[in-house]
Ligand binder design. Structure first.
Ligand SMILES: [Zn+2]
Ligand SMILES: [Zn+2]
Length: 137
């Protein structure tokens, strides 16, 4: 919002995901809309991070507080996976919504007009839980 932080990133695929979890509602005033970034994205400026759970951190602009990204910090195959705020990109609104997660936490008062894939919180936890074999990439 203030321009102090510049983010350069390439989306993993041209698709926006929405997270309806309670933390994202607090953080983003509603669903958190994001792109998964390819590794090697870069940010210049006063980036601050907050460890919001034992497995992830959230980054924001140290000047104005704008939401920047959500990054997995737990070891395992998803370590470092980063969801960058769709709002940072000029043409994000042209991109199709491809996934909604924590759909069971979405408030009744609104919904996206989309028939995209939807996962509950339990589905997501199952997907991201470390495997019993201790898979580590
Ligand atoms: Zn969330
Ligand atoms: Zn800012």
């Amino acid at each position: 919002m203030c321009g102090a932080v510049t983010v350069t990133a390439t989306p993993e695929r041209p698709a926006v995901a929405a997270c309806h979890c309670e933390m994202c509602q607090r953080w983003a005033a509603g669903p958190f809309l994001s792109f998964q970034a390819q590794p090697g994205y870069a940010a210049l400026g006063p980036v601050r991070t907050y460890q919001s759970s034992s497995w992830a951190e959230r980054a924001f602009c140290g000047e104005c507080g704008s939401v920047l990204w959500y990054r997995m910090t737990a070891p395992g195959p998803h370590h470092g996976q980063t969801q960058i705020s769709a709002g940072l990109f000029e043409n994000a609104g042209d991109t199709t919504l491809s996934l909604e997660i924590y759909i069971d936490k979405k408030p009744e008062g609104y919904a996206f007009d989309s028939d995209c894939r939807k996962l509950t919180g339990a589905d997501v936890i199952e997907m991201f839980a470390p495997s019993p074999e201790g898979d580590s990439q």
